[in-house]
Design a protein around this ligand. Structure first.
Ligand code: HPA
Length: 266
């Protein structure tokens, strides 16, 4: 960790971000619009690289609406073959850089039949269906406790703030439970019916490990999903990554507007 932090501090001239944002599939444009310093993951000591189309793989530092922000343009996924401690290592790096708030974003399939592609959904809570936990292993007592409480990962005050911002901008904001699978295959219709019974509104392949680690180490977490498709069997179309990227593109302007407004008000 010391190597990573030293390297980043050198490259950014000791930039001290207060807010971290992880930009999901197709939502990375915010980091193109605002970039004071960008560092490729491949250059950062101990950082894994992301290989998914639509994910750039760089850490971007910028001031947005008067707030110092660090953005992950592209995340590392479990399905790429990295263990969860590697997937969530960047969260610990952002914590060490000094952020207090983490905004997690992702592309997700709608399990709730009332949700439509290009809708934005505030994450109220999550279901970890990955079958593992990023905190497995020896605990680092300097970061958090062995058995951390997870009863309010996605902070009520931040959700309230996000709703106010959406209202102000006239953006419809859905709210619901995000369920994470390992991927990389999309779900079967039977799986989606089961997830609906379990209480899921949206399904995806990320975010949950990052949210668990962020909450564990005391960060205030806000989560927003961009609904990019109806999950398998909810509509009658087949799923493709191209459709996911296309819908994220449709939503990107309202998504960027909402995130900027939230940043201004945090
Ligand atoms: N399932 C899982 N992950 C996803 C989906 C989906 O339907 N859409 C975008 N990410």
């Amino acid at each position: 960790m010391e190597n990573t932090i030293q390297f980043i501090n050198q490259r950014t001239n000791n930039f001290k971000p207060e807010i971290g944002i992880i930009l999901g599939s197709g939502l990375g444009e915010l980091a193109d619009e605002f970039c004071d310093v960008g560092i490729n993951y491949s250059d950062i000591p101990d950082f894994a690289c992301s290989t998914v189309a639509g994910h750039k793989g760089r850490l971007v530092f910028a001031e947005i609406n008067g707030k110092k922000v660090v953005m992950m343009q592209g995340r590392i996924h479990f399905y790429e073959g990295h263990p969860l401690n590697i997937v969530t290592y960047p969260i610990k790096v952002l914590k060490a850089l000094g952020i207090k708030t983490l905004i997690l974003t992702n592309a997700a399939g709608a399990v709730n039949p009332e949700f439509n592609p290009a809708d934005l959904m505030l994450i109220s809570d999550h279901i970890n269906f990955m079958g593992t936990n990023p905190l497995i292993g020896k605990n680092d007592d300097t970061l958090g406790v062995r058995f951390p409480d997870m009863s309010e990962i996605y902070r009520n005050d931040l959700r309230k703030l996000a709703k106010h911002c959406a209202e102000k901008l006239n953006i419809e904001l859905r709210e619901g439970v995000y369920l994470a699978t390992t991927g990389p295959s999309y779900e079967t219709p039977a799986e989606i019916r089961a997830y609906r019974l379990l209480g899921a509104d949206a399904v995806g392949m990320s975010t949950v490990p990052e949210a668990v680690v962020a909450n564990y180490c005391g960060l205030n977490v806000l989560g927003i999903s961009c609904i990019t498709n109806q999950a398998a069997g909810v509509g009658n179309t087949k799923l493709s990554h191209a459709e996911v990227i296309e819908s994220a593109n449709l939503a990107k302007n309202k998504f960027k507007g909402l995130i900027k407004e939230i940043i201004a008000n945090i």
